[in-house]
Every structure is written in structure tokens, then in C-alpha cells.
Design a protein around this ligand. Structure first.
Ligand code: FAD
Length: 430
């Protein structure tokens, strides 16, 4: 990072742009200002100061600096994209299934995949790997998908990284899709990374937004892969200009599920059965037994109503206010990371970048400020109600309804009111 202080005009734009508070303004030495004046040069009285150990070299300051005082070494734009990239075409979604049931995240990606395919003027294909998949694949026929690749073998009956990644990579080599998407699930994260390595292409994990666009000097028809970066302090849009396919994983509940309908081509979706080559099915691991984890906590990722509590609750004992409202509403209890880190709620309740991504019909945020890492986990909720005593809290920026006030006054009233309207007898402490 280089700062040419003679060029600094003291405007402070860089200080505002820095996500890491690495920049501040200070007074320039008055003698220096006077000296410059005597020489006929004009120097500002204020200058920017950099704390190097806080700087992450993100370049946000360089982008806003109007005087050219800030500079950073960026890798020179690479040469033109290698030949042959345009032989790749189409959008693929990994149709993750468990025990023959297509997972919700695959339907969410099919919705986004349809949009991307339409922008590219290309077909959308859902690829399902496993064994005895007839009913799973038939179930996909009602959606606007052009083709369903049903890749079957007894060796694919249970997920194992080696055969899944080899078979999938082999299909990609042969059929050359331009874009490949998978859920950021345990399976998706594990096997798509292996596929990317085998194909020598890039993979952006945990995207929160996907689109098609061009980037100056990098190319057109690029998959714009947006995800939080630098600890969630900025949203970065990543592109894969020189390799194909362009691959990304997306978490469950970040995108809306695909609605039933016909593909824009008008032709009905077709199922193509594929028998994988034996050499790709070899595997060094064997599954001896499969024991499913029994969840005794509410799975907030599936809940229609979530009432979440944050640091504003003050202490663990006050969480009953959130739990009571959740109970009368028939909802689940969520928490911010601050509340989880304080030990007020177990991690399974955490909503956000390092917790769960949720998309309920109703999300009630109580005493949560709305840090970007929390917002990325809940901002796609249908209706958001925020209760916060600070009218400037960022949570109000995404809220459909905001209640500015003390949650200790508001929550008991709300709980009583909901309970009365639902005609339930009071069981809680409210
Ligand atoms: P605070 O930010 O302290 O906000 C408390 C709010 O309560 C304030 O707005 C205050 O006005 C309000 N309040 C106080 N008293 C009352 C009252 N009586 N009535 C009404 N309102 C009141 N955070 C997450 O939530 N999820 C994540 O997954 C996550 N991942 C992260 C990952 C990384 C890499 C990093 C760096 C951070 C992450 N964070 C995450 C932390 C995040 O940056 C915030 O620190 C956190 O979300 C703050 O939690 P909070 O809103 O409960 O607390």
C-alpha cells in the first residue's frame, strides 16, 4: 500500500471507505504547508495516516481516492483468456439427493440456475447421482429444467467422495457445461472442491448472490459470484475468467425454490440416463454403517417463524422473553453470534455467516444490531420485524417493520397480545 502524501487533499473519503478502520486523518506539519506555499505549491492541512497492521490490502481506499494519493500493487491483468472457453455451454445444477429425495437446496439452485441459463441463452441441466433414482428424477419433470441427467450405479448408492467426484468430473469433461452449481452442504462442499481440482478450475464457496455479467478486461458472460469476504466486512464479487466451468456453492435457504413450469424452449424436460464408466467408480473407502444424527433441537433452517435474540437481551436468563414469543407464535428460537458466544444459546441456534442461513416467512430480531454477518443469514426472510432501542441500528435497513424501543417492555406485550389473539392459555412467565 503506497500513499503519496503530497497528492493527499485531506478529503477523508478513504477513511470512510476503509472496512478495517486502518486509515485516519491527522494534521500535516504546518511548517511543511508553509514551505510548499512559498514554493508555489498547495498542500492540504489534513493528511491521511495508515495503520499498516490493520490494512488488508483490499484496495477500497484506492477506488475512492480522487487525487491519486493512494496506490496498491495489483497483479497485472492477465493475458487474453485461453482459447476454447467458448466451447463450454449450459448451466448445471448438482441435484443432491438423500435416500432418493431431492434436497431443497437443489431446487433453490434450479431456480437460480434457470435465471442464469436464460441470461446466457443456454439450457439448464440438473445432474442427479445415486442409485434407483427413477422417482427422484421424475419428480423434477414438473420444473422448468431442460434436461435431467440420471447417473446411476449401485456404487453411487451412498455418497463417497472419490466415485462421486470422479464421475461428475468425467461428465463435465465430456459435456462441457459453462457453469456448475451445488449446495454448500456437507456433500456439496466435499465433492465439488475435488471436482474443481480434477478439472483445474476455480470454485467459489458459500456464495450469497450469483449473476451473469461482464468485467472490464476479464471477459463477458461471466458468472458473477458474490460472497462475504475479509471476515464478512465486504461483499466480494469473484469471477473465473480463464477457466471452465465456473463453479460455485450456495448455502441452503439463500435462494428461492424453483416454481413448477415449463422450460422457455417449450420442449418438455427430458431425462437422460447415464451409466458411469467403471474406472471412475473405484473407491478406497467402504461404508460400514450409517448412523443418522438425532436432532433434539429445532432445525431453524426449516422453521417458518423464527424469533431471534441478541446481545440486547443482556444475559442468558432474559432469553425467556424470546422463547415465550417463539412459543406462542409456534416458531423456533434463533440467536446472534454475540448471544451464542456469551453462552446464552447453543451454536445450533446461531443465525448468520458462521451459523445457519434461514429464510422463514417471519423473522423477529430482538436486540440484534444487524451486523453484516448476521444479515447475510436472514435477510431473505419474507417478513422481518426488528425490535431495537437504537433507531440507527442497521437491522432497520432490512426490516419490513421496525419497533424502536426497549425489548423488555415490547416483548411481554407482544407475547400477551399474540397469545390472546390465538386464544391460548398462558403457560409462560409473561
Ligand atoms: P450487538 O451488535 O452488540 O447489538 C446489540 C443490539 O441490541 C444493539 O443494536 C442495541 O441497540 C440493542 N439493544 C440493547 N439493549 C436493548 C434493549 N433493551 N431493547 C432493544 N434493543 C436493545 N454474528 C452473527 O449474528 N452471526 C454470525 O454467523 C456471525 N458470524 C461472524 C463471522 C465473522 C468472521 C465475524 C468477524 C463476525 C461474525 N458475527 C456474526 C458477529 C457480528 O459481527 C456481530 O458482532 C454480532 O452479530 C452482534 O450481535 P448482536 O447484534 O446480538 O450484538
Amino acid at each position: 500500500m503506497r500513499i503519496t502524501l503530497d497528492e493527499c487533499i485531506g478529503c477523508g473519503l478513504c477513511v470512510k471507505a476503509c472496512p478495517f478502520a486502518a486509515l485516519s486523518m491527522a494534521d500535516r506539519d504546518p511548517a511543511e504547508v508553509e514551505r510548499a506555499k512559498a514554493e508555489g505549491r498547495k498542500l492540504s492541512r489534513r493528511i491521511v495516516v495508515l495503520e499498516e497492521d490493520k490494512c488488508n490490502l483490499c484496495g477500497a481506499c484506492v477506488d475512492v481516492c480522487k487525487s491519486g494519493a493512494m496506490d496498491i500493487d495489483r497483479p497485472a491483468a492477465e493475458a487474453a483468456a485461453p482459447a476454447g472457453l467458448d466451447s463450454y455451454s449450459g448451466v448445471w445444477v448438482f441435484g443432491e439427493q438423500r435416500r432418493g429425495k431431492i434436497q431443497g437446496v437443489a431446487l433453490e439452485l434450479a431456480g437460480k440456475g434457470r435465471e442464469l441459463a436464460d441470461s446466457l441463452g443456454a439450457p439448464l441441466t440438473v445432474v442427479v447421482l445415486g442409485h434407483e433414482l427413477d422417482s427422484a428424477c421424475e419428480g423434477l419433470l414438473k420444473f422448468p429444467i431442460d434436461e435431467i441427467l440420471q447417473v446411476e450405479s449401485p456404487q453411487l448408492a451412498q455418497y463417497r467422495s472419490e466415485p462421486y467426484s470422479r464421475v461428475f468430473a468425467d461428465l463435465i469433461r465430456k459435456r462441457k457445461p459453462e457453469v456448475v452449481l451445488a449446495g454448500a452442504t456437507t456433500i456439496g462442499r466435499d465433492f465439488l472442491a475435488r471436482v474443481a481440482i480434477q478439472l483445474h478450475t476455480g470454485l467459489t464457496a458459500d456464495c450469497t448472490g450469483l449473476g451473469i455479467g461482464s468485467v472490464a478486461g476479464q471477459g463477458e458472460r461471466l458468472l458473477l459470484q458474490t460472497r462475504p469476504a475479509f471476515g464478512g466486512n465486504i461483499m466480494a464479487t469473484i469471477v473465473t475468467p480463464r477457466h471452465r466451468p465456473q463453479m460455485a456453492t450456495v448455502r441452503h435457504k439463500v435462494m428461492k425454490e424453483v416454481a413448477p413450469g415449463a422450460p422457455p424452449s417449450g420442449a418438455p424436460p427430458r431425462v437422460t440416463k447415464v451409466v458411469p464408466e467403471a474406472e471412475h467408480l473405484a473407491c478406497r473407502t467402504r461404508i460400514l454403517d450409517f448412523v443418522e444424527e438425532i436432532e433434539d433441537t429445532v432445525n431453524i433452517a426449516e422453521a417458518d417463524i423464527i424469533v431471534s435474540g441478541g446481545r440486547g437481551l443482556g444475559k442468558a436468563e432474559n432469553f425467556y422473553l424470546v422463547e415465550d414469543l417463539a412459543r406462542v407464535m409456534g416458531g423456533a428460537v434463533g440467536a446472534s453470534r454475540a448471544a451464542v458466544d456469551a453462552g446464552w444459546k447453543p451454536y445450533s441456534h446461531q443465525v448468520g455467516q458462521t451459523g445457519k442461513t434461514v429464510q422463514p416467512k417471519l423473522y423477529v430480531a430482538c436486540g440484534i444490531s444487524g451486523a453484516v454477518q448476521h444479515l447475510v443469514g436472514m435477510q431473505s426472510s419474507e417478513t422481518i420485524v426488528a425490535i431495537n432501542k437504537d433507531p440507527g441500528a442497521p437491522i432497520f435497513g432490512v426490516a419490513s417493520y421496525g419497533l424502536v424501543g426497549d425489548l423488555f417492555e415490547i416483548l411481554p406485550v407482544l407475547t400477551r397480545e399474540v397469545e390472546a389473539r390465538r386464544g391460548r392459555s398462558g403457560e409462560g412467565r409473561t
